[in-house]
Design a protein around this ligand. Structure first.
Ligand SMILES: [Zn+2]
Length: 122
C-alpha cells in the first residue's frame, strides 16, 4: 500500500494564506476541514479534495491572550465558523461571539503564518 499524498500540504495552506485565500479540504462524505489533514476527521477517508473556503464567518468562541508567552503577540484568538468549516484565527479588533468577521490576510508569529480576521464593516 502506498501512502496517498494529501491534496494540500501545510506549505500549500501557508502559501494560500499569504495569497489571501483560505484553503480547506472536502471529503466525499461532505465533511470540510479548514486546515490540511491526511484523512477526513469524520469518516477517516483519505479521498479529500482541496477547496477554497469562504473568507467571512462568525465568531464561534474567543479567547483574549492577556499575558502572551514570550515570542507571541498579545491579542485575541477565535474559532471562526466559516460555514462549511471552522478555523482558529487571530482577531484584529474587538469581537464578541456571534459577530461577523472577514479574513484579512496572514500574520506571521513564530515563523508560522496564522489567519487574521477583522470585524466585518456594516
Ligand atoms: Zn469523510
Amino acid at each position: 500500500m502506498s501512502e496517498r499524498e494529501p491534496p494540500i500540504t501545510y506549505a500549500d495552506w501557508r502559501q494560500a494564506l499569504e495569497d489571501d485565500a483560505l484553503l480547506g479540504l472536502e471529503c466525499r462524505c461532505g465533511a470540510v476541514t479548514a486546515t490540511p489533514k491526511r484523512a477526513c476527521p469524520a469518516c477517516g477517508s483519505r479521498e479529500l479534495a482541496a477547496r477554497e473556503l469562504p473568507t467571512t464567518g462568525t465568531v464561534d468562541s474567543e479567547t483574549t491572550i492577556a499575558v502572551p508567552p514570550a515570542g507571541h503577540d498579545s491579542g485575541t484568538v477565535a474559532v471562526v465558523d466559516l460555514g462549511p468549516a471552522r478555523l482558529l484565527g487571530r482577531i484584529d479588533g474587538a469581537v464578541e461571539i456571534g459577530d461577523r468577521v472577514v479574513f484579512a490576510g496572514a500574520r506571521t508569529a513564530d515563523g508560522e503564518p496564522a489567519p487574521v480576521f477583522e470585524p466585518e464593516e456594516n
